[in-house]
Ligand binder design. Structure first.
Ligand code: MN
Length: 139
């Protein structure tokens, strides 16, 4: 089980993501715009953030910038979620220090793959740290 924050201004999309994640056994936190996402991140640190790009108050690009500037949040895995299909958007997302990218409508298989990749990557890192200090290879 992981704690996942959804930052998405569209209620229908938010609910859909919430259900997909809950079905997979995750604990879900929600924010309705970019500023609210940063407010939630001040109070709690989730394991991963699904960040909509097009949001009022602060958009996803502004939020990712603030996250990467904050030492406490800099390593937080963040997946961009966007409906944009404009040329250059994908490149801009890649250049904005996101860890992953999902386009809307969300494909649940791709969502699962992204979560596995990013959450397991973290688990692997924790595991190698444990092995480095304990040093038993095990079966
Ligand atoms: Mn949006």
């Amino acid at each position: 089980m992981s704690r996942i924050l959804i930052a998405e201004d569209n209620a229908v999309n938010r609910e859909l993501l919430h259900e997909l994640l809950e079905t997979r056994g995750h604990m879900v936190l929600e924010a309705c715009d970019g500023q609210e996402a940063l407010d939630v991140l001040e109070r709690t640190q989730p394991d991963l953030l699904l960040l909509d790009i097009g949001m009022p108050v602060l958009d996803g690009y502004a939020v990712i910038r603030k996250i990467r500037e904050n030492p406490r949040l800099a390593a937080l895995p963040v997946v961009a979620v966007t409906a944009y299909a404009m040329p250059g958007d994908r490149e801009r997302i890649v250049n904005s220090k996101f860890d992953g990218y999902l386009s809307k409508p969300i494909n649940s298989q791709l969502l699962t793959e992204e979560l596995d990749r990013l959450l397991n990557k973290r688990a692997d890192r924790d595991e190698s740290r444990r092995q480095a200090s304990g040093n038993q290879p095990g079966g």
